[in-house]
Design a protein around this ligand. Structure first.
Ligand SMILES: Cc1ncc(COP(=O)(O)O)c(C=O)c1O
Length: 381
């Protein structure tokens, strides 16, 4: 996209407008066509989540149910708004919130369910939505990894009260650095949220009506993202094509593959295979590194095991509640994310497939025998 971006950069510099200009307006308009509601372009996914939690207008100490496999921002944003994240386990097949665990975690203090669409696969919004309705809860969708993902043909970000997107440069849809998008559904909250992400201002730049944050997007990112939104569907198709090649090649290996659900087509921000043990995951990653292939774990520990929650440098553990998360703990240590992005060539995909299958033929640092005796991927504690 280098040439396209250079044109956009020149346009922005020539305009002399770096914030709150026509490119931000255009992004909001295009996002409105794609996701409906009231789109508010912001400076990051973390900011979109923080604004959404503000928009909940809960009482300090109200609880929000979050999955154990997510980026810390999902919890940090809630904590910044004086809410208490309650961490629950994931489903072993979809790696998204386990609806049964969600229901078990609900208390009189629960205010919202936070559905994270991990790796680009929609969480089951039909089930989570019906739990939320039954208990009178709000739903916040963390769509940071899932721009363009759907359930039953409907885009994620359109099911909940708020859809929160990260437009960080490495995401399926991303600007040049950090950017984000909040889609609000409640018309009454929109004016407050727009002010809140702009230091409490409205049109009068010298008047601050409330204590807000500096959370606006810049014009360059807004223009790049608007341009990319048009390309997103074809990029997702390419990701799905690569994933189909991986899945076909790995089906007989002792791995759990990502689940491409019938009514929830995966958009493959990550293609994560689950191995039989932490040792195998590490050995496979080492073998791939030897072959010049960058594989990674996203995330290597469940979020509430981060030092911010176990031994924070401030010495003060932030308010949160954990429930047992054996599935997430095992997944975190046993999965491996393979390279997946639209620009991968077919021959690079073949090389990655050969490297993974080669490992399982016993060509890797760790013998294939161990895997053969493991037989299948175990889950649970
Ligand atoms: C699931 C999830 N939530 C929230 C975020 C935060 O987004 P950002 O990095 O744009 O602040 C990310 C991005 O890294 C994410 O993957």
């Amino acid at each position: 996209m280098r040439n396209d971006i250079h044109v956009i950069l020149d346009e922005v510099i020539d305009s002399g407008v770096y914030h709150d200009g026509p490119r931000t307006e255009r992004l909001a308009a295009i996002a409105g066509e794609r996701w409906g509601g009231f789109p508010i372009p912001v400076s990051s996914g973390t900011m979109a989540l923080t604004a959404a939690f503000r928009g909940l207008a809960g009482e300090p100490g109200d609880e929000v149910v979050v999955p154990a496999m997510t980026f810390p921002s999902t919890l940090f944003a809630a904590i910044a708004c004086d809410l208490v994240p309650v961490v629950v386990d994931i489903d072993p097949m979809t790696r998204n919130l386990d609806p049964t665990a969600v229901e078990a975690a609900i208390t009189p203090r629960t205010r919202a369910i936070v559905a994270v669409h991990l790796h680009g696969l929609a969480a089951d919004m039909h089930r989570l939505g019906s739990i939320a309705r039954r208990h009178g809860l709000a739903v916040i969708e963390d769509c940071a990894q899932a721009a363009g993902a759907t359930q039953s043909g409907r885009f994620v970000g359109t099911f909940g009260d708020f859809g929160c997107f990260s437009l960080w440069v490495g995401k399926n849809l991303g600007g040049l650095g950090d950017a984000g998008l909040l889609i609000a559904r409640d018309r009454d909250r929109v004016a407050m949220l727009r002010r809140w992400v702009d230091l409490g201002r409205d049109d009068d730049r010298n008047r601050h009506d409330l204590v807000g944050d500096l959370g606006r997007i810049d014009e360059l990112d807004a223009a790049v993202v608007a341009h990319q939104l048009e390309l997103l569907p074809q990029w997702i198709e390419r990701r799905r094509g690569i994933a189909a090649g991986y899945s076909a090649a790995f089906t007989a290996l002792p791995l759990r593959l990502p689940s491409d659900e019938f009514d929830r087509p995966h958009t493959y921000y990550k293609y994560a295979i689950q191995t039989a043990s932490p040792h195998q995951a590490n050995a496979l990653m080492a073998h791939l590194a030897d072959s010049g292939i960058a594989a990674e774990q996203v995330y290597p520990v469940p979020v509430a095991s981060q030092p911010a929650f176990t031994s924070p440098v401030t010495g003060r553990t932030p308010g949160h509640r954990r429930t047992p998360v054996p599935v997430a703990e095992r997944f975190a240590r046993t999965h491996v994310c393979l390279p997946i992005y639209p620009e991968l060539t077919d021959s690079e995909v073949e090389r990655i497939i050969d490297a993974v299958t080669g490992y399982y033929r016993g060509e890797g640092a760790s013998s294939g025998k161990v895997l053969a005796t493991a037989g299948r991927v175990e889950h649970g504690s």
